[in-house]
Design a protein around this ligand. Structure first.
Ligand SMILES: NCCC[C@H](NC(=O)CCN)C(=O)O
Length: 412
């Protein structure tokens, strides 16, 4: 084995042992977040916990409320000379929860993975003499993945500037280096009608619930003409207050998803469904498209292969089930990040076959059994970062693939 390969192996061991040593504080970090679920843009306690966590670690510069009220940044620099270019490696922490069912997507574990990977990488690098490059490790706390898209806000604010590569990992029911993450645009539709006594003077009313029901049915009809991989799903958030009051106001929320942003003109067809329901019922309608569009994930197979190799060495059993590998896993605002900086968003098993966005998954995400798998994913991410830092040609390859992939998508 060459001296470089030996060093890399030794540093990877160091990643593993550092993360194992920090097991108890990492577990309590994710437990604290899990036991106090907070919604998008309101993750104040999670923000404070994470800021405190990094402030108590040696050597981190911590910026609380970084660009967004509930976002933060922690960074640490090592090696090289001050005037040299820095290779800046990012790890992302998510920590928002879902309404009523808490951490049913396990974002408490995403926060833990980001924190653990950063600690592990730092521990390995600070023992290394003669690093070939100057390195910055950056942790970004990115709020509001489940609603709104905090990463997209942060990209707009320049929070990702200077990063060379960015990592995160998402809990799931299996280990998978990539699952299709699709583009998404969210929309709120509000119908305004007129109340009236539903038995005495129904002819005086304008029924906003009828508009909402027609809207829902129009969308279901549209679904028949959509491509098989498109998804539209909605809820009626307000449907009236009492059967004997003709509903004067109703509100729906729809998520519209396609494989890539190129197909999102389905929005135009959806808009006709929303507006025609208003016309049929004489309601007024407001159609509010969300300010952020979630992009699909731009894959980077060089990074994926490195992560998979490290994961396998740690005992991960990556799924080969084609049904799983081809199935959509929803959307993420990390997609937008991957069009700006090369990155990966692998999925990791947490010791349960429960499905995300269910109460069973909330239980699994808070279970101590998830810890081994969460920390294993963090180790694989930090080891992948080490591969890039110790072999600059690999980082070059990652960047080259990124540029080519963007060109193929006409995004340069
Ligand atoms: N409106 C944003 C919803 C994002 C949400 N994300 C996930 O479930 C994470 C896994 N990809 C979604 O519904 O896709």
């Amino acid at each position: 084995m060459s001296g470089e390969a030996e060093l890399l192996l030794e540093l990877k061991h160091r990643v593993g042992s550092c993360i194992d040593e920090a097991e108890s504080k990492l577990h309590s970090l994710s437990q604290d977040i899990w036991s106090c679920p907070e919604l998008a843009y309101e993750e104040r306690k999670a923000h404070d916990k994470l800021v405190k966590f990094f402030s108590q670690e040696d050597g981190w510069r911590v910026d609380s409320h970084f660009k967004l009220e509930t976002a933060f940044r922690a960074s640490w620099v090592v090696g090289g000379r001050e005037q040299e270019d820095v290779v800046n490696v990012g790890f992302l922490c998510e920590y928002d929860a879902l309404p009523t069912i808490g951490h049913a997507c396990g974002h408490n574990l995403i926060a833990e993975v980001g924190a653990a990977a950063a600690l592990g990488l730092k521990a390995a690098l600070e023992t290394t003499k003669g690093l070939p490059v100057r390195v910055q490790v950056t942790v970004l706390g990115t709020p509001a993945e489940e609603h709104g898209g905090g990463k997209i806000d942060m990209l707009r604010e320049g929070a990702f500037e200077g990063l060379d590569v960015v990592f995160m990992a998402h809990p799931s029911k299996e280990d998978a280096v990539y699952l299709p993450c699709v583009a998404e645009h969210d929309v709120t539709i509000k119908y305004q009608g007129k109340a009236s006594h539903a038995a005495s003077y129904p002819w005086e009313g304008i029924n906003a619930l009828d508009a909402a029901v027609l809207c829902y049915n129009n969308m279901s009809v549209l679904r028949q003409q959509m491509k098989p991989d498109w998804r539209v799903h909605g809820i009626i958030k307000h449907g009236g207050v009492k059967p004997n009051i003709i509903p004067a106001y109703t509100e729906l929320e729809y998520y519209l998803r396609t494989l890539s942003c190129k197909d999102l003109p389905v929005l135009k067809k959806a808009e006709r469904c929303f507006r025609s329901a208003a016309m049929a019922t004489s309601c007024e309608v407001e159609v509010e498209f969300a300010r952020n569009t979630f992009d699909n994930i731009l894959r980077n197979t060089t990074l994926e292969e490195l992560y998979q190799r490290n994961g396998k060495a740690l005992g991960m059993d990556f799924t080969i089930d084609e049904d799983v590998l081809k199935n959509e896993s929803g959307s993420t605002d990390f997609g937008n990040v991957t069009f700006v900086i090369p990155g990966i968003h692998p999925y990791f098993y947490i010791g349960s076959k429960a499905l995300n966005h269910t109460e069973e998954y909330t239980v699994a995400a808070g279970d101590a059994r998830a810890q081994f798998f969460t920390l294993r994913s963090a180790k694989a991410l930090a080891m992948t970062a080490l591969d890039l830092l110790l072999c600059p040609e690999l980082l070059q390859r990652v960047k080259q693939e990124f540029t080519e992939a963007k060109r193929k998508e006409n995004r340069i």
